[in-house]
Design a protein around this ligand. Sequence first.
Ligand code: SAM
Length: 233
Amino acid sequence: MYQFNTVGYVQSPYREKFAIPRQPGLVSSAQGRLILTDDYNRQECIAGLEDFSHIWIQFVFHATAEQGWKPKVRPPRLGGNRKVGIFATRSTFRPNPIGLSVVKLEEILYEDKHWQLVISGLDLLDKTPVLDIKPYIAYSDALTEVSSGFAQEAPQQQMPVNFSPQALKQLDRYHSQYPQLKLLIEQVLAQDPRPAYRQHKDDNKTYGMQLYQLNIRWQVMAQEAVVTAVSDC
Ligand code: SAM
C-alpha cells in the first residue's frame, strides 16, 4: 500500500465536469492556477521551474473517484458505441483515479501566502487535487513517430459559435473582470461538449455550462452553437 500527499490544488474556470475539454491544449484560452500547499508551498520546491514552458500535472479525478472503475469503457471519440479496455483510454473511471495533463506554464507568482503556477490550456475541474508536478521535456516527451489508436488526431470538426445580441450585451458587463471570456466560450463550445450521441446533430435542448461563477446558456441550431445568455449563477 502506498500513501500520497497532495502538493496543491487547481483553480480553474471549469466549475462542473460538463464542457471541460477532453484533453489539455484544446482550449488555449482557459487559464487557471496551481496553488501549492502545506510542506510544498515553498519557493525551494519550484526553483528552476521558471525555465520550462510546459509542465506535467498528475492529479486526482476527485469528482468521479467514488464511482469506481470498469475494465472496459466507451470513449466519446468512438461515438460512445465501442468499448475498449480502460488502459487503452484516458477515462476518469480508473482503478487508481489519477490523471495526467500537460499544460503551459505562463507565470510563477507568490500571492495570498501561496506559491502559484499560472497555467493555461488545462482540462481540469476547479479544486482538482494535485499529486505531482514535473517539467515537460521535449526531447523525450514530444514523440512524432507514434500510433495513437482511436485518437490519431485532435478532433478536426470544430462547431461554429455565435452569440445572440442579448448574450453579447451581457458579455460586455463581464469584460473588465474576464477579458478572455468570449474567446473561452467560443473555444469550449467549438469542441461540441454535448454527449457523443447528440454530436453533429441539431437538437431542441438549451444547454447550460458553468465557467467561473457564470452560467452560460446555449443551443445548437443549423449545426452552429448559439450562446443565448450569460449571467451570474
Ligand atoms: N488529460 C487527462 C488524462 O489524460 O489523464 C484527463 C483526461 S480526461 C478524459 C478529461 C476529463 O476529465 C475532462 O473532460 C473532465 O470531464 C474530467 N475531469 C477533469 N478534472 C476532473 C476531476 N478533478 N475529477 C473528475 N473528472 C475530472
